[in-house]
Write a protein that binds this ligand. Structure first.
Ligand code: SAM
Ligand code: SF4
Length: 383
C-alpha cells in the first residue's frame, strides 16, 4: 500500500494518494526539520525536554501500533482484500521498546498497545514484560478478544499489563460474522471479557462501534451485558477511518441518540470524563447497578482541545493525530546507517519526536467540508 513513494529533495515523500511522509534528510541538516511555514519552531533547547505541541498540549499518552495485521476484517475498519505492510517495514521488538522508552523519557506516562490485532504479534508477552519495566502509570491494550484465554490473561497481568479494552459490537452470531467477517463468535469474546476481569485486568472496558442499520438496535442488549458482567460498555461514534471509505454521516449514530436509547430503559448519572484528557463521557447507572456506560463522541462532541495522545504506527511512522494526513518517518531515522537499533542516537530521536509533536493539528475536521480522510485505515493507524 505504501511502497509507491516518490522521493523529493525536501525530506518528504508524497504517496500518489496525497499522504505526505516526512523524513530526516540524509545529509545532516540543522534541526528542526519540518516546522511548517508559519509555525514557530519547538522549544527544543529548553531544559525540560517534553513532547509539547504548538497549541500548548502536552503528550502523556502513547498509542503503539504493534502490528497492522488482524484476523478480523471489521466492516468499519478493514477491507477483506487489505494489503498489509511488509514484515521488514514493521518495528522489531527492540525498536518498539526503544521508541517507547524514549517517549517515556519525554514525559509519556501511559502506553496503550493496539493495531491491527496486537494478540497476533508473536513477541507480545516479551513486549508487555519489557514495557512494564518503564516508569509509567498505565500499560493497557486494545484487542478483539478472539485469541486468548484466562491463562494468557493471567500471564499478561503477571508481566505488568494493567488493563484490557475489548471490542464487541453485537451479541448475535450471524451479525458478528457479517460485521467482523471472521469465524469467531460473540460467545468467545464474552469469555475473553470475563477472563480479563477474572485475571484482574480491571477495569475491563468494551468498545462497540455503532453503525446505523447494523447494530443500533442492540445498544440496550449491550448495556444489559455491562450490568450483568460489571464492565464499562463504551459506545463509539462511527468515524470516517474505514478502509472501504463507506462512511457517511447518516450511518453515524450520535452520542445524543445513543444516550436517549439507553436512558429509555436504564437512567444514567453522568460522572464526567476520566482525567483531563479522557476521551469517554462516563456514566453510572442511576439504580446503582454494577457496570457503567461510556460514550466516545469523536464526531459530535469533539475533544481535541484536551488531547494528550501521540501515535506511532507498527511501521514506525509518527502520527501526531488520529486524523493526520502527514506522517513522520521514524523508521528510516532509527535504521539509518545499517538498521536495527543502531541508527540515530537517542537524542536525535528525541528531537525528531519533539518536532513531529509540535506540528500536531489543533483538531480534526470531520465536520467540515474540507475534511480529508487519512490514507491509512484505523487498523494501520493504531486505533
Ligand atoms: N483489533 C483491536 C480491536 O478491534 O479492538 C484493536 C485495534 S482497533 C483499530 C481499535 C478500536 O478502533 C476498536 O475498538 C474498533 O472498534 C475501533 N474502530 C475501528 N474502526 C473504527 C471506525 N471507523 N470508527 C470508530 N471506531 C473504529
Ligand atoms: Fe481488526 Fe480491530 Fe480493525 Fe476489527 S477493528 S478489523 S479487529 S483491527
Amino acid at each position: 500500500m505504501f511502497s509507491d513513494l516518490r522521493p523529493s529533495l525536501y525530506g518528504e515523500n508524497r504517496h500518489p494518494s496525497g499522504l505526505v511522509y516526512h523524513h530526516r534528510p540524509i545529509m545532516s541538516h540543522p534541526l528542526p526539520i519540518f516546522t511548517p511555514p508559519g509555525l514557530t519552531p519547538p522549544p527544543r533547547a529548553s531544559t525540560q525536554r517534553r513532547l509539547i505541541d504548538s497549541h500548548g498540549r502536552t503528550i502523556r499518552d502513547l498509542r503503539l501500533g504493534v502490528t497492522d495485521r488482524c484476523n478480523f476484517r471489521c466492516v468499519y475498519c478493514m477491507d477483506p482484500d487489505v494489503r498489509f505492510l511488509r514484515k521488514s517495514q514493521l518495528m522489531t521488538l527492540p525498536e518498539m521498546v526503544r521508541v517507547a522508552r524514549i517517549c517515556v523519557d519525554l514525559g509519556v506516562r501511559k502506553i496503550r498497545l493496539t493495531g491491527g490485532e496486537p494478540t497476533i504479534y508473536p513477541h507480545l508477552d516479551d513486549l508487555i514484560g519489557q514495557l512494564s519495566r518503564l516508569p509509567i502509570d498505565d500499560l493497557a491494550m486494545t484487542t478483539n478478544g478472539s485469541l486468548f484465554d484466562l491463562d494468557r490473561a493471567r500471564l499478561w497481568k503477571r508481566l505488568g499489563l494493567r488493563r484490557l479494552t475489548l471490542s464487541l459490537d453485537t451479541l448475535r452470531e450471524d451479525r458478528f460474522t457479517s460485521i467482523t467477517r471472521s469465524s469467531t463468535t460473540p460467545a468467545k469474546v464474552i469469555a475473553s471479557i470475563t477472563a480479563a476481569r477474572d485475571a484482574g485486568l480491571r477495569p475491563v472496558r468494551v468498545n462497540a462501534v455503532i453503525v446505523r442499520g447494523r447494530n443500533e438496535d442492540e445498544i440496550l442488549d449491550l448495556v444489559a451485558l455491562a450490568r450483568e458482567l460489571d464492565i464499562e460498555m463504551r459506545f463509539i461514534e462511527y468515524m470516517p477511518l474505514d478502509s472501504a471509505r463507506a462512511w457517511d454521516r447518516d450511518k453515524m449514530v450520535s452520542a445524543r441518540e445513543i444516550l436517549d436509547i439507553i436512558e429509555s430503559r436504564y437512567p444514567l448519572r453522568a460522572i464526567g470524563r476520566q482525567g483531563a484528557s479522557g476521551t469517554s463521557l462516563n456514566h453510572e447507572f442511576a439504580d446503582g447497578s454494577p457496570g457503567g456506560v461510556g460514550i466516545i463522541a469523536s464526531v459530535t462532541r469533539v475533544f481535541c482541545s484536551r488531547c494528550s495522545r501521540l501515535r506511532i504506527t507498527a511501521d514506525a511512522q509518527v502520527r501526531p493525530c488520529l486524523f493526520s494526513t502527514e506522517e513522520f518517518d521514524l523508521r528510516s531515522l532509527m535504521r539509518e546507517g545499517g538498521g536495527g537499533v543502531g541508527g540515530a542516537s537517542d537524542r536525535a530521536i528525541e528531537d525528531f519526536l519533539m518536532d513531529a509533536t509540535w506540528t500536531k493539528q489543533r483538531g480534526h475536521s470531520i465536520n467540515e467540508a474540507t475534511y480529508v480522510q487519512p490514507t491509512r485505515p484505523m487498523s494501520s493507524i493504531g486505533g
